[in-house]
Design a protein around this ligand. Structure first.
Ligand SMILES: [Ca+2]
Ligand SMILES: [Ca+2]
Ligand SMILES: [Ca+2]
Length: 178
């Protein structure tokens, strides 16, 4: 009988450690996506195809389908996608420059608008300010704010971020559930 209780205690402790551990991991779970700067078509390499795509976007005003592409396309990091980015990408591909002001890669942490890699009330306030028309969001902020991944930043994203901060949900819909 004593043995059985001891075994049960061990099983309970193991279960608590395993469950507790996974719960902590869940609470801290937050996904990210990394973009290679200059890789406008998001295929993993920076080449002439990206330059052609950037030309279409900047010269003919053909919109890029994915907001992540704007992060990749804004190589001079002035929060807009213009011919200046095109010329800079051209210089890069011709070997005239070896780096971009925007850096080599950028990692978007979903829900994190102020770039501290955490999701807090600061991010919530930035998003409400944007929704109220008080501020603009950069390409990087826009992608991070779209936590349901529908390509638009709106009140639904704010509701999801609020629920996340309040501990009502542990995952953003945009994040893959494993
Ligand atoms: Ca590419
Ligand atoms: Ca730019
Ligand atoms: Ca959204």
């Amino acid at each position: 009988m004593k043995k059985k209780i001891a075994l049960l205690t061990v099983v309970l402790i193991v279960a608590m450690v395993v469950l507790g551990g996974s719960m902590t991991a869940y609470a801290g779970h937050q996904c990210s996506v990394t973009v290679i700067i200059g890789d406008v078509n998001l295929d993993g390499s920076v080449d002439s195809i990206d330059l052609a795509l950037l030309y279409n976007t900047t010269y003919y005003a053909v919109p890029l389908p994915n907001r992540l592409q704007y992060i990749a396309a804004d190589v001079n990091y002035d929060s807009s996608c213009t011919m200046l980015d095109f010329y800079m990408l051209e210089d890069y591909l011709l070997g005239r420059i070896s780096s971009f002001p925007a850096g080599q890669t950028y990692t978007v942490y979903y829900g994190d608008l102020n770039g501290d890699q955490l999701v807090t009330t600061t991010d919530q306030s930035l998003l409400s300010d944007y929704l109220l028309g008080r501020i603009n969001l950069t390409f990087r902020q826009y992608v991070s704010a779209d936590v349901n991944g529908d390509g638009t930043v709106d009140g639904i994203d704010l509701a999801i971020i609020t629920a996340y901060i309040n501990g009502q949900i542990q995952h953003f819909p945009v994040c893959p559930q494993s």
